[in-house]
Write a protein of this length. Structure first.
Length: 369
């Protein structure tokens, strides 16, 4: 397998990994910063893609178990700087004859060393620029990454294979660590022209003053998840019914915010709260009822239409047409509301109850509608 094929595999699998990372990433960003910065997002996801590509270069191609069993045992190479001896043996390189340099550079032993250096240069750059590591810490972390790669090879992909199918080489530890060091030094050339990590953080905190629609949806996602877990736990120990459901909604979405200054667990996690006139219990109760009715409106219409169709015994042809129209209406209703939320519009139930979302990050008092 060529390096190009490995890159292709990494790029093909990246969307799957990115999808799995997205929800934890959103949760972490809103919890820590209160907003999501585009440059930070690009850096994090490009870093993930880099690590994936590098890891695949270490483990691919994956051989058959039978092939590995028939391979001669690979003994670890524990002699430091043996790559220098191999280079001098396998190439026509003579230090005082420049004419031999080009021929020596075409040798596979030279390519291997250069490749191992370049493989970890980006890692050192990321550590210095985004993770704000000093040189000593960068070298340590880079060495640990290289050791992890060599451990992966030495154990036959964590003992999945009966023996190692790639060589554990102490020179790889040295060369990979050198690559990280060079990446750290090279990043110094770009620090003056790129925005600093601190400036990225400052812009992110500044943006958190406005409570975005995605931030509100994230808090709602957390609250609904907790609500469903509570329903599941209650169902295990009791005969769950709609009255317990109403009670749980009342306790979680009305009583909790009333006691906790407009917060729920989800809102607190993303550093927002509901602001409503006089922190009134009845005001919040009305807002919760309005919220439930607003988002259940299509279901109410469908249920009513179904009862009417049944009562008047409408023909099957018309019945199908009516249900298709209702399903299209339901889809468009939720799609339009999603669009409005993501574009920070104040929806009906918030307007009539004069409710706004307030960012609580760093005692920020700004609101968004």
């Amino acid at each position: 397998m060529t390096y190009l094929n490995t890159f292709k595999i990494a790029f093909l699998l990246f969307p799957i990994v990115a999808f799995l990372v997205t929800i934890p990433f959103i949760l972490q960003q809103y919890h820590k910063y209160g907003s999501i910065n585009k440059l930070r997002t690009f850096i994090i996801y490009s870093f993930i893609l880099y690590l994936m590509t590098t890891y695949f270069l270490v483990i691919l191609p994956l051989p058959d178990r039978e092939t590995v069993l028939n391979m001669p045992p690979l003994h670890p190479q524990l002699i430091p700087f043996k790559f220098v001896i191999d280079f001098l043996k396998e190439t026509p390189f003579i230090w005082n004859k420049p004419s031999t340099y080009l021929l020596a550079m075409k040798n596979a032993s030279f390519y291997t060393v250069i490749f191992n250096v370049f493989m970890t240069i980006p890692f050192g750059m990321y550590l210095r620029y985004y993770f704000k590591c000093d040189l000593k810490k960068t070298i340590k972390i880079n060495f640990l990454l290289s050791l992890f790669f060599e451990f992966t090879q030495y154990t036959g992909l964590y003992f999945i294979y009966p023996r190692a199918y790639r060589l554990f080489d102490v020179d790889d530890l040295i060369i990979n660590t050198l690559g990280g060091y060079l990446g750290y030094i090279l990043m110094g050339c770009f620090t003056k022209i790129l925005p600093t990590r601190q400036s990225i953080d400052d812009k992110t905190f500044e943006s958190s003053k406005n409570v975005s629609g995605l931030r509100r949806l994230t808090s709602f996602f957390i609250d609904v998840t907790i609500y469903l877990i509570l329903i599941g736990l209650i169902s295990i120990f009791t005969n769950f019914n709609k009255y317990l459901d109403y009670l749980l909604i009342f306790l979680y979405f009305v009583i909790m915010p009333t006691i906790w200054d407009g917060k729920t667990i989800g809102r607190n996690f993303v550093n927002i709260k509901l602001s409503f006139p006089n922190n009134s219990f009845f005001h919040l109760l009305f807002r919760t009822i309005s919220f439930i009715l607003y988002y259940n409106l299509p279901l109410i219409i469908i249920t009513s239409a179904s009862s009417i169709i049944t009562f008047f015994n409408i023909k099957a042809t018309y019945k199908i047409a009516v249900y298709c129209i209702l399903l299209l209406f339901t889809f468009m209703y939720y799609l339009v509301n999603l669009f409005l939320i993501l574009n920070n519009h104040q929806l009906f139930y918030n307007k009539i109850t004069k409710t706004t979302y307030v960012s609580t990050l760093k005692n920020n008092k700004n609101t968004t509608k």
